[in-house]
Design a protein. Sequence first.
Length: 454
Amino acid sequence: MDVEGILRKLGIAELNEMQQHAVEAISGSDGDVVLLSPTGTGKTLAYLLPLARLVESDGAAGEDGAWPLALVVTPGRELALQSHEVLQSTGCGLRSTACYGGRAAMDEHRVLRQLRPHIVFGTPGRLNDHLDKENMSRHAIRYLVIDEFDKCLEMGFQAEMQRLIRRLPGLRRRILLSATNAEQIPAFVNMNRKGTLIDFLPDEGEGVSERVTLYQVSSPTKDKLATLHQLLLGFGPESSIVFLNYRESVERVNSYLRQQGFMTSCFHGGLDQRQREDQLYRFSNGSANVLVATDLASRGLDIPDIGNIVHYHLPESQEGYIHRVGRTARWDATGRTFFLLGPGEHIPDYVVGQGSASKVQCSTFNVQCSECPPPLPRMATLYIGKGKKDKISRGDIVGFLCKTAGLTADDIGRIDVRDRYSCVAVRREKLRQTLRLVAGQKIKGLRTVVEELR
């Protein structure tokens, strides 16, 4: 496997120190590995590169042997899907798929049967379901990766994880990853004695980057909506996440911000899978400046260039704080985190550096007048009612938009082609022109719906 070629394709000059240690430990031994490193440091690539090399060297699963060779277990569906996409973006040639709740297991079974993947990414419950139905071979699995193992091995997941691991008789190696250190790895994981610990967590502020600047903003009332409004105005077009602790609060704050003219995405566990994917897509492709979310968005989202993290509600634990703040200052970038404090509230003691947090007014960041409307995002999202099942590709969509709507490649951003529909980001100033010119037109001879995804 050409690692240097993969890095060039991904636009990465070289692996960082943590990634180099991880690649050496996983590739250069036959023992288990535990990797601890802050969020945003590239743990996904750190394990995928050597895992792909190991799987590749073990032979072509699905041609003359059983499959899959590796399972990657994640606590949430977003991380499973994202990790699968990272592997595919490397162009390494290995087949993979993601399995998770919120969609029909039968559809996943068809994909598994047709694809015969080398690597399967998934959540514990859904992976157990496929093993129950013998939709994949439990005897073929040699490598087990548990991403965010601190979460996967919590009490809520332990029964599923214990059941999963005990059903893998051919398991040779385990790779565990986390941005926080679990107090104890349960015995049923069966880590072997030759295991290697790679610990890149800071001695203090476990997992919180020193590139994150801490601020506190006071709200004169318990209802912080007006203060949040002014703070977000001050951020201009920068990308920001507002964290709350309850689904109902997320809906309320999101509705308020939309009424004030902000382009937002809303994300919590009460949304169905299609809604969650669409909301994250709009935020990640630049069609929304603000993501209003529960802590569900604090793990597994690798969205670049998030400049600001706002704690509308205080984090419920130190671990929750670490994962929230880990959404910003990823890789070598800088970021800011804001505690929005109502009467009687204070920054929790576990926040390292909380004594040096800058007390600021919203006006400190105001780049425009408080009466001005919020800035619009650079991109907008088009919904196209055709997808993979209709033999539509990214190239087909680019050609359709350039030929029919007069767009250039620079006008088109991220494209996601799903089974039954597609989403594509276009420059906002070209949105109306595009909708007008593509109305009633066909893509690859198929008439379809094209509309803005809001």
